[in-house]
Design a protein around this ligand. Sequence first.
Ligand code: ZN
Length: 147
Amino acid sequence: MELDALYQEVILDHYKNPHHKNLNSSYTCQVHHTNPSCGDEITLNLDLDKDLVKDITWDGVGCSISQASASIMSTLMVGKSISQTQLILDNFTSMMQSKGKEKGDENLLEDGVALAGVSKFPARIKCALLSWMAFKDALSQSLELQK
Ligand code: ZN
């Protein structure tokens, strides 16, 4: 897999020093997602305060793409409103499905644009999306709980 060198460095950096890793005991909703085709696993705790993502903590095993992506995603989403997280989620998902055509909106995705190149490799897209889908699931379950 060939990725831009600068982007590779961003991914490796998140992989080696993952942000928000280690599960916090207080949370609104906990989910566990797996990507059997690669062996990636993530447990994600989402702590929601009304309309605000108060905290995300996670623990996981798997390839560098999946682990770096979880670090990037949680860094982005913490402190955001639910509507902001939806914009970010939509932009990232669309980029990952673009087969390398979309570079992603750097204002929205920040370090997340480093994963744009992964969308050219169908086998790895699920690795990059795993934590994002876990977040999406935790968010919708949390909103159900708040009703
Ligand atoms: Zn993987």
